[in-house]
Design a protein around this ligand. Structure first.
Ligand SMILES: Cc1cc2nc3c(=O)[nH]c(=O)nc-3n(C[C@H](O)[C@H](O)[C@H](O)COP(=O)(O)O)c2cc1C
Length: 379
């Protein structure tokens, strides 16, 4: 296919392994706490995800789905993928996105110590997480409690949960999965020395601390075969610790990226959740981690953090720092962001007012209705 030389680089087609994508705009995973109480995705969720597909996004990474019914769940009304009813709910989502001609993969998450949904969370070690539970989510709120340290059998069960969820994701039509090892959730708790006080095989060196994530990727690959994409999301910062950096800088990054690449990851996605791309995707010495991941592993890299700014996204792609840009908050109020960029229309600024009725899809609809009422009155 020939592309216009002035086309924004994020609008050019791309590929994640075998998965051909219409462009390089990706929806970042965002928990909307909009499933039923039993974690079953709803028709409203199917419409919400289809909206990104019709709005032009090449790939959607659906919000983190919990991987077992015991301790993986992070929030109330979070979707899971652990039983037939949840699987059937996701079928509606994948069908809606595929009907619109776009691709969708599912993020798989175990919340570990920062679960707001289980009474005694499980974690690598009995270390109380820093910070407090996220306000927008429930049912539990306030300071985190001290989690229970996982046994060897618990770890085997967690691995099995990820693999079974991935197999279900494949059978329900997802184009792949993203293993969540970012933002302070369970797999990132293993990677982080302050929350992982274990000995080998899963604690101690960087190689040991990334081992569980690597084993999960390898096991999913073995269970799902070559035609199914398995990527990984990583980050330095945690949702409640935005100023956290990998202690060993590029040396740690080299070991982490190599481990997930050797395990068979099809892409690396670096989350930059709070302070944006430049801050979180660099080491304190100023080295760019996306670029480093790309050149050291040869894998496609997805960058994230404030990349709704077309100039910043252009820069990141043209400099070869990343292959794809994932849009989070701005995609919520601009589900047609790629179409806007293609037509030279402005991207609406995201405002936290969007959550004034909660983080759910329904809450956003209420906010939108109020806003259009105000606009109609003021027009
Ligand atoms: C409401 C909300 C929910 C989120 N849920 C997830 C999630 O389920 N998994 C995840 O890895 N990141 C999650 N994130 C982080 C986003 O994927 C993204 O990294 C962050 O918003 C920064 O990107 P942005 O600057 O484009 O918004 C969430 C962010 C928001 C605002």
């Amino acid at each position: 296919m020939t592309t216009h030389p002035n086309l924004h680089p994020a609008l050019r087609p791309g590929a994640l392994q075998h998965l051909q994508l219409a462009n390089r705009y990706v929806v970042a995973p965002m928990s909307r706490a909009s499933a039923t109480d039993d974690g079953i995705p709803t028709e409203a969720m199917a419409r919400y995800y289809a909206g990104f597909a019709t709005g032009g996004f090449g790939l959607i990474i659906a919000e983190g789905a919990y991987t077992d019914l015991c301790h993986a769940q992070a929030y109330g009304n979070q979707p899971g993928l652990c039983n037939d009813a949840q699987e059937a709910g996701w079928q509606g989502v994948t069908n809606a996105v595929h009907r619109a001609g776009r691709r969708i993969i599912l993020q798989l998450i175990h919340a570990g110590a920062v679960s707001q949904a289980v009474s005694v969370p499980h974690a690598p070690s009995a270390v109380r997480p820093t910070g407090k539970m996220l306000d927008g989510y429930g049912p539990n709120r306030g300071p985190y409690g001290t989690p229970r340290a996982l046994s060897g059998q618990d770890i085997r069960d967690i691995k099995a949960g990820f693999v079974q969820a991935a197999v279900r994701a494949q059978s329900v039509g997802f184009d792949g999965v993203e293993v969540h090892c970012a933002n302070g959730y369970l797999l990132d708790q293993f990677l982080t020395p302050e929350t992982n006080l274990r000995d080998a095989p899963y604690g101690g060196s960087v190689e040991n601390r990334i081992r569980l994530t690597a084993e999960i990727i390898a096991d999913i690959r073995a269970a799902t075969g070559g035609g199914f994409l398995t990527g990984v999301r990583l980050s330095q910062a945690k949702a409640t610790q935005p100023d956290y950096f990998w202690h060993g800088g590029l040396a740690d990054a080299a070991l982490i990226f190599a481990a997930v690449a050797e395990a068979g990851a099809g892409f690396i996605h670096l989350a930059s959740e709070v302070k944006g791309y430049a801050y979180h995707s660099s080491t304190p010495d100023g080295d760019n981690l996306c670029h480093f991941a790309r050149v050291t592993t040869g894998l496609p890299v997805i960058a994230n953090g404030g990349l709704q700014d077309p100039d910043l996204a252009r820069d990141v792609l043209n400099k070869g720092e990343a292959d794809f840009v994932a849009i989070g908050k701005a995609a919520m109020n601009n589900p047609d962001l790629p179409d806007r960029i293609a037509r030279g229309r402005p991207v609406e600024t995201f405002t936290y007012d969007l959550f004034s009725h909660g983080v759910s899809i329904e809450g956003q609809a209420k906010w939108q209705a109020e806003r259009s009422g105000i606009m109609a009155v003021g027009a």
